[in-house]
Write a protein that binds this ligand. Structure first.
Ligand SMILES: [Mg+2]
Length: 360
């Protein structure tokens, strides 16, 4: 490969209204407020990266991401694209708390690098598989709406449904029952997004048990730092527990292993960046902990990068990469081919494979 040098980067905000407000236990989002990074190389290749900040999760928002990325512009120009790991290491040492901004840069660098190598991103990660099956999330809505939505999703081909819980125990159980009624035979994932106390979480699982509801996974029942509380939930139920907000870094993953508080780790590129996500996956594999991949509210670009990551590295038991954007409003086209509930990578020839649909 001939040396390719970063000529310039551009940083653009993207704001796209959501079809339906997206509610989780810690708040509601009405639009996507992300940032797109474009890295231009001297060989004419462009790499794209996305930051999808969510304040209560990672302490960043669109403005802080824009400011961080602007601060990196000078540092990046003139560097060899092949030195993406050194660049990432340096940025982590400086902007250690701005992980979604750093993720956008890593994504753009690796997209540009694999386009320069002329290989699809999933091969760069190991090429373990070319296909993934995703679940789809039924939002926190009324019981009747949840039943209708679940039935519609089953009709579209989804076989694994996820719903958010942790706001109100009685409503949660009613909604889950409605989902199971609307989509009989579908597998179920529950996510409390830190919404319960350890005792409430165990009580909740016991109530489900009484109703003969057996979720395949229960994500982040308690507040992220309460590893002992999470271990209590794990020890008092047969339902596998996943650590999501508890794991941002490889050190967090080691802490999960050390405390034995979870059966699975939910990796999101927006929590760890791409390079650290590889370390987290390796730690989980070594400790016989399962892997899940999730996302924030992302465009086709961010979702596409996660699809390449999970398919390429392999070993992911659960995939939670359900698109929430109307493709017409998405700033990107191409990338992994999506036909519910499967992502297929066979058509991607280089990089993530997405193209800009609008001039952003
Ligand atoms: Mg989660």
């Amino acid at each position: 490969m001939e040396q390719a040098i970063i000529k310039e980067i551009s940083v653009n905000p993207v704001n796209i209204p959501l079809e339906e407000p997206f509610t989780i236990a810690i708040g509601t989002k009405y639009e996507i407020e992300n940032v797109i990074v474009t890295v231009r190389l001297d060989n004419g290749i462009e790499g794209y990266g996305e930051a999808a900040p969510l304040e209560p999760i990672n302490g960043e928002n669109q403005s802080t991401v824009m400011a961080t990325l602007e601060s990196c512009r000078e540092f990046l120009a003139g560097r060899d694209i092949a030195s993406y790991r050194q660049i990432s290491k340096k940025l982590k040492s400086v902007f250690w708390a701005q992980v979604t901004a750093r993720c956008a840069i890593e994504m753009a660098l690796i997209d540009a690098f694999t386009k320069t190598l002329n290989i699809p991103l999933y091969l760069f990660f190991g090429g373990a598989s070319k296909k993934l099956e995703t679940d789809y999330t039924v939002d926190i809505v009324s019981t009747e709406k949840a039943r209708v939505n679940a039935s519609k999703l089953k009709g579209q081909g989804y076989r694994i449904l996820k719903t958010k819980v942790g706001k109100n125990l009685i409503d949660d159980i009613d909604r889950i029952q409605a989902i199971m009624d609307g989509a009989p035979g579908c597998r179920l994932i529950l996510d409390a997004n830190q919404g319960y106390s350890p005792v409430q979480a165990v009580h909740f699982l016991k109530e489900l048990e009484k109703n003969n509801i057996w979720p395949e996974l229960f994500e982040q029942p308690v507040v992220r730092h309460d590893k002992a509380g999470m271990r209590f939930v794990k020890d008092n139920s047969m339902v596998p527990i996943a650590a999501d907000e508890s794991v941002f870094t490889a050190a967090d993953a080691i802490e999960v292993v050390r405390t034995g508080c979870a059966d699975m780790i939910n990796i999101k590129l927006m929590k760890s960046g791409i390079i650290e996500a590889l370390d987290i996956a390796a730690i989980a594999r070594s400790a016989n902990i399962g892997l899940m991949i999730g996302c924030m509210l992302e465009t086709r670009l961010g979702l596409g990068a996660s699809v390449h990551f999970a398919a390429g590295t392999g070993g992911f038991n659960f995939v939670d990469l359900d698109p929430h954007l109307d493709p017409v409003k998405d700033p990107f086209t191409g990338g992994p081919h999506y036909e519910a509930p499967f992502y297929k990578l066979s058509d991607v020839t280089a990089g993530i494979g997405v193209q800009k649909q609008f001039n952003i």
